[in-house]
Each structure stands twice: as structure tokens, then as C-alpha cells.
Design a protein around this ligand. Structure first.
Ligand SMILES: Cc1ncc(COP(=O)(O)O)c(C=O)c1O
Length: 312
């Protein structure tokens, strides 16, 4: 698996022309059908460390529709790595939905735990318990977050710059791992707009914590964070919440560009980008939107909205 499939695609639309905006999309969604977008970027160095340390397997965590869980299952299947997915919700089973079914079919051992137990996943004693249960396994944090995940995401920027100069990158934000990685790759004049998909998310605070945890000093971190602009009002009610307006935007965008966005991350981020363009916030700029993948997550909305990409 490599990133040559992740092309930089320029989009041409009348709105962009009217504001003299050039919009490129970094198509990380094309890297691999299951290990797509930021998932491959984030897992790459965890897998390298796994091999380095000669671990016996990988344990990770996720919710019922987790992109990360499926990506880990697919990556591990490709690399012949035994893997365990700790899933939030002890009422679930491998047959509860297609994401979990796919994880199980790829060979991931699924362990369903109660919501209260799931919350312990960052606790040291719980991690020690897991290692005791599964000796030699390496724990990958939920969402592939943390320093190793950030390192993989930093590489996106060099790939973009090898094709074009740009003024600003726009990306969806969950744990902030992807955006922190990108931030580390930026030049002084380049900016980063982040779109948190969680409601009331303290984006800058969380980014600061992650960067300082990864051993960057406070002064350097604060300097870096000056490049960040948080577009905080595009969560549509919170994580995984949607509104008909968002769904029809995604359908409309697909119709105009042939590019699918997901309702949880990339749809919200692209909606924010278009909102900013309409307001003139990006006039005369060259923008790069990071398509972080996540399309398998769209399946969970089909019951309510039908096939999202037929709407509009
Ligand atoms: C498709 C998609 N886009 C964006 C993100 C946000 O990335 P991060 O958690 O690194 O902020 C995620 C979550 O990992 C995701 O699954």
C-alpha cells in the first residue's frame, strides 16, 4: 500500500471562480477501500513499531461504526497481524452492523464491553490488565491518536507541496491527531483551518496537549497554533449527528464533482469550507482540502436517508 493513489485533484465550480479561489482535494480516500484517508497515515508508524518490537498482535478500540476499527482490521489482515478490537457496547455482536461484520470477516477478534468499562481504556491499570490477558500485544489508542499517528499525518503536507504551493489546508477534526500532524508540516506562511465534528470541542487546547505530550516545547507549540483557525460551528449538533441540509449538501457535492463525502467528518468539513468561501473568507487563496476518507461510515445513515449520494 502506498500513497501514489492519493492524487491532488483540482475542483472547478462557479462559486470558486467568483471568489478567485483554487480548491484542491487531497484524495487520501483513494489510498485503500478500507484503510482509507487518515487511517492509513495514522496506522503506518504503529505497524512499523509493532514489527520493530516483534509484538504478538495489536489491540485497539472503537465504537459500533468505527472507521478506525475497520481500518485496523484491514491493515492487520494485509500484514498478517493478529488483532483484537475492543468495542463499545456489550449489547452488540459481530452481526449488529456491516462495519462489525467486516471487522470480524477480516479476522479481528471482537470483544464487546460495557460503556463504563470502555471509558477505562486510557487508564493505566486497564492497559496493564489487557497486556496480562493478551501477552505481547501492542495497544493502539482509539482512532490511532497520539505521536505515531501524528507522524504519519505530517507526511501529507510534503506530498501536497511537491505538487503545488498553497495558502491554507482545511481538515476535519476528531482527536486532533491528523490536524496536529499537518500543522507540524506547514511553512510559516501556510495556514490550517480545522473543523471539529464534536460540539463545544476545545480544539486548540486539545491540540496543545497532544503537541506538548509529544515533547514539543510550549513556546514552539504556541507559535505553531497561531496558524490554526477553528471553524467551530459546523458540528451539526455533535458527533455523528446530521441534518437534512448536510445530507443534501453531500448529495449535491457528489453530483457536481463525483466525489463522495461522509456525513460524520468530511461532509461537515467541506460544508464549512463552502460556507467560508461564500462569506469571502478565502478570496484569492489556493486551498487544499484533505479528504480523510470515512465513507464506510455513510452506511449507518442509509436507513434514514436512503443512499446519500442519490439525494439532491
Ligand atoms: C474520516 C475521518 N476524518 C477525520 C477524522 C478526524 O481525525 P483526527 O481524529 O485525527 O482528528 C477521523 C477520525 O479519526 C475520520 O475517521
Amino acid at each position: 500500500m502506498e500513497t501514489s493513489r492519493s492524487i491532488l485533484q483540482e475542483i472547478e465550480l462557479p462559486l470558486l471562480k467568483a471568489h478567485n479561489v483554487r480548491l484542491h482535494i487531497k484524495r487520501d480516500d483513494l489510498i485503500h477501500p478500507d484503510v482509507s484517508g487518515n487511517k492509513w497515515r495514522k496506522l503506518k508508524y504503529f505497524v512499523a513499531q509493532y514489527k520493530d518490537k516483534k509484538n504478538q498482535g495489536i489491540i485497539t478500540f472503537g465504537g459500533a461504526y468505527s472507521n478506525h476499527l475497520l481500518a485496523t482490521a484491514a491493515y492487520c489482515a494485509m500484514e498478517n497481524i493478529p488483532c483484537i478490537g475492543i468495542v463499545r457496547g456489550d449489547e452488540l455482536s459481530p452481526d449488529s452492523n456491516q462495519t462489525l461484520r467486516d471487522c470480524a470477516d477480516l479476522g479481528m477478534q471482537l470483544v464487546f464491553v460495557s460503556r463504563s468499562d470502555y471509558m477505562l481504556k486510557e487508564d493505566r491499570s486497564y492497559k496493564e490488565y489487557l497486556i496480562e490477558q493478551y501477552p505481547g500485544y501492542m495497544i493502539v489508542p482509539e482512532g490511532g491518536s497520539g505521536y505515531l499517528g501524528m507522524l504519519g499525518c505530517q507526511e501529507i503536507v510534503g506530498e501536497i507541496r511537491s505538487v503545488t504551493n498553497f495558502d491554507r489546508i482545511i481538515v476535519a477534526q476528531g482527536t486532533t491527531t491528523t490536524s496536529c500532524g499537518i500543522l507540524l508540516g506547514l511553512l510559516d506562511v501556510e495556514k490550517l483551518d480545522v473543523v471539529p465534528v464534536l460540539k463545544n470541542f476545545p480544539a486548540v487546547k486539545v491540540m496543545k496537549e497532544l503537541l506538548t505530550y509529544a515533547a514539543f516545547d510550549v513556546e514552539f507549540t504556541e507559535e505553531l497554533l497561531e496558524k490554526v483557525n477553528v471553524l467551530s460551528s459546523f458540528h451539526f449538533g455533535g458527533y455523528a449527528k446530521v441534518e437534512p441540509e448536510l445530507i443534501s449538501f453531500i448529495g449535491d457535492f457528489y453530483k457536481q464533482t463525483g466525489i463522495k463525502l461522509d456525513p460524520v467528518y468530511t461532509g461537515k468539513a467541506m460544508y464549512a469550507l463552502f460556507d467560508q468561501i461564500k462569506k469571502g473568507a478565502y478570496d484569492n487563496e489556493t486551498l487544499v482540502f484533505i479528504h480523510t476518507g470515512g465513507l464506510q461510515g455513510a452506511r449507518s445513515y442509509e436507513k434514514e436517508f436512503g443512499s446519500i449520494y442519490d439525494i439532491a
